[in-house]
Design a binder for this molecule. Sequence first.
Ligand code: ZN
Length: 179
Amino acid sequence: MLIYQVGAPILRQVAQPVDPSEPAVQKLAQEMLQIVKKKGGMGLASPQVGYPWQIIVIASHPNDRYPYAPLREPFVIINPQLISHTSEVETDWEGCLSVPNKRGQVDRYRQVEVHYLDIQGREKKEVFSDFIARIFQHEFDHLQGQLFIDKVPPQSLVSEAEYRQIVQSKMSATRRNLP
Ligand code: ZN
């Protein structure tokens, strides 16, 4: 399945709500779960694979780019609504499967309250915090036709190689500070 890249008009469309009982919705959600696993992504939104539908996958797991990411079984979010958020904002690094080889620092709310339908169509109310709140806000933006690069101050947009150096020096600094 093709992942659309920045410049593709589908990434700038506003996504529409869907009915989770529709076979096409189930099929796409399953395919999106497979893609994030295969690509090692932290999340995916359906416009990235060519469908302007309100479907998100969140797949938080630690890796060498995000060593602090919490581990949670990948799950599907359908028709999400952002109900409320804390006023507290955190700045941290993000990347995107639709924006190859770029990382940038984005401000996100530290906590968000979200209503959504799960893959079985059940209504869910959940509060996401920290890294998972960040993934949610990134993917939710995709459903509004927005990309993380829209929110990155130009001086903090870096290449993947530069980003890896930044993470490595931050981690070795942390190790030096251990007793
Ligand atoms: Zn993205």
